[in-house]
Design a protein around this ligand. Structure first.
Ligand SMILES: Nc1nc2c(ncn2[C@@H]2O[C@H](COP(=O)(O)OP(=O)(O)OP(=O)(O)O)[C@@H](O)[C@H]2O)c(=O)[nH]1
Ligand SMILES: [Mg+2]
Length: 286
């Protein structure tokens, strides 16, 4: 980015923050959800849970929670307006209120890798960088891209609500990096650790905040949970990455993960309450 554009952007961000404060509009936070992605040989039999996390967060009614967001697509679905020849999805926006009473409007994108159902290879899309590099992009554009709702929407978009990704650059304020703590056939823990470490290193270089979100804690593997703790204690991360333990299935700690990120982005001075999964699940499901 040129110095001029950088300066303009800084002025715009300051103005936007000021405007939101004076007009009592919710503070707008753009989040990218990232994590191990790719063909079956990379991610194993199923994905790490990025889509289910986004679905649970942005669709408030439990009837709107679907667990099938398979990334295997036909050519026509890949080039339709929802996927729009990109390897990311726009999940739309949602307003959530933190415990201290701040309203945040989150806009959510999921960085993934779509697989061609005729070749079983990833689609190339507009950008050809490897996933670990591409997923940490902080400026994203995709003209006329529609919000993703569910698999059955693809090809019959006109039958669903149509919300467009806001025009111009989508500027990512922070990342949720997902780590699946359940055992998945065909995926080694070593592979997931290596990928997530690389993604976290690349996020660190962007200087944007990140929260490490463990997924599928309703069937967690204790050894994997320990590995995640070890990962954030690496000296390069200086124990500065918070971990939030979630289950999209049971809707445990999902909002907490996004609010924790918003707090870091806003340099919140109070205490961010992060409740461990086993404690949180008792209050959520009782
Ligand atoms: N038990 C359990 N299973 C889950 C949970 N979240 C997701 N899953 C399972 O994991 C599968 C894959 O989840 P997705 O959310 O599609 O994974 P993803 O990371 O988006 O996958 P790709 O985008 O294809 O890389 C789902 O179809 C569910 O079967 C959860 O909270 N608990
Ligand atoms: Mg997905």
């Amino acid at each position: 980015m040129s110095y001029r554009r950088l300066k303009d952007n800084k002025i715009y961000c300051r103005y936007k923050k000021q405007f939101e404060k004076t007009t009592a509009l919710p503070r707008c936070i753009n989040v990218a959800v990232v994590g191990l992605s790719g063909a079956e040989k990379e991610k194993g039999a199923v994905g790490v849970g990025k889509s289910c996390l986004c679905n649970r967060f942005v669709r408030l009614s439990s009837d709107d929670f679907k667990d099938d967001h398979n990334s295997l697509l036909s050519n026509s679905d890949f080039s339709g307006r929802v996927v729009n020849n990109d390897n990311f999805l726009y999940w739309g926006d949602v307003i959530k209120t933190s415990e201290e009473g701040t309203d945040y409007m989150f806009r959510v994108i999921e960085q993934t890798e779509f697989i061609d159902d005729s070749t079983f290879q990833p689609f190339c899309g507009v950008k050809t960088d490897p996933y670990i590099k591409r997923c940490v992009a902080t400026k994203i554009e995709s003209p006329e891209k529609l919000m993703y709702i569910c698999r059955s929407q693809l090809g019959i978009e006109e039958k669903y609500e149509q919300k467009v990704l806001p025009p111009g650059e989508f500027s990512v304020d922070g990342f949720l990096c997902v780590f699946d703590v359940s055992v998945v056939p065909g995926r080694s823990i070593v592979k997931q650790l290596e990928t997530v470490t690389n993604i976290l290193t690349n996020i660190k270089n962007t200087k944007k905040p990140v929260v490490l979100v463990t997924t599928k804690n309703d069937k967690f593997n204790e050894a994997y949970v320990q590995e995640v703790q070890k990962l954030v204690s690496h000296s390069e991360f200086k124990k500065a990455i918070p971990i939030v333990e979630t289950s999209a299935y049971l809707n445990v700690n999902v909002d907490a993960a996004f609010i924790a990120l918003a707090h870091i982005i806003d340099r919140f001075k109070g205490r961010t309450k992060i409740v461990p999964y086993l404690e949180s699940v008792k209050t959520t499901t009782s």
